[in-house]
Design a protein around this ligand. Sequence first.
Ligand code: NAP
Ligand code: ZN
Length: 351
Amino acid sequence: MFNAKAYSAASAKSPLAPATIPRRAATDHDVQIEILFCGICHSDVHSVRDEWHSAMPTTYPIVPGHEIVGRVTKVGDAVKKFKPGDLVAVGCLVDSDQSCLHCKVGHEQFCANMTLTFNSPDKHLGGVTYGGYSDGIVVDQRFVLRVPSNLDLAGTAPLLCAGITTYSPMRHWNITKGKKVGVVGLGGLGHMGVKFAHAFGAHVVAFTTSPGKKEDALRLGADEVVVSGDADEIKKHYGSFHFILDAVSAHHDINAYLHLLRPDGNITLVGAPAKNLEVSAFSLIMGRRSLSGSIIGGIAETQEMLDFCGAHNITADVEIIPIQKVNEAYERLLKSDVKYRFVIDMATLKG
Ligand code: NAP
Ligand code: ZN
């Protein structure tokens, strides 16, 4: 075991503050990583503040962070894929049982025994797992990903959650040229959704509550932008979408978007607001529309997404911050004031 520097929160009402945490000594199958960058996902905020208490209660202290990019410092004897010096990434998962039906087909994100990067029971040290707001982490090699060499490292970190969470459902619903795709909420996830839908060749419409994001949405790859309050603009799209990705972090009226689907169209929820959303039966039964959800992606698909990003030169638009500004960044995230992902420069933890 060794000590790592981190930022943790002691309760739902406490700010994140400097802490020392234990990390396990690398076993034969482990990769030890010096963390260089970690993205700030809205899930970090939901978890730190225990907003998902009924579904996923938070154990304190919590060290959040699951958008990790770093450099390998040590590998176990059985590790053949990685060597010290390699640039690697870790996302939302650090383990699963590898034996269930889901793991066998590469859907570790559905494994009942998966270990999340933070706030999951830690099989090695007891207590819970600690995430990426830290200078180092030790992860089983099967959950470590390769970073394409052409990508900017800070811009790559958010791909590990915001990237895979938007890539995976668009692959599942076969988003290609000829499809009309909506993306609701231009935050960390939403802006990656726009980039991927555009890269897949779809006609992309971004829905935002922030008029100031209009120009950016077009630059990110949207063909059209609708400011959500504009009823006339919204009406023009009635019954026309094949697919809509809902990436909103707060309570909102999803029926307004269900009406925009064409027959057999689908809305996939990736946003995880704490409060239940109400769905009108008529929004669904008219046109045989469907509403579904999606959570991150499996390890193989995450590597596929990273390689796709390497081939198409796709990274997140980031605002790099020192870790000392993390609490301020949380407040700004709650005001939708980020373009489009905060990423912590972990070198600032050393100072
Ligand atoms: P984020 O960066 O804060 O973006 C959320 C966006 O939602 C905001 O930028 C804003 O976009 C919009 N929004 C915020 N409040 C709103 C309101 N009251 N009404 C309508 N729109 C509103 O968050 P994120 O990191 O992208 O995460 C989004 C959600 O996905 C969170 O709930 C997070 O926990 C969840 N998540 C799920 C998964 C999964 O696997 N399913 C993975 C990661 C995250 P505009 O300014 O454009 O309106
Ligand atoms: Zn996340």
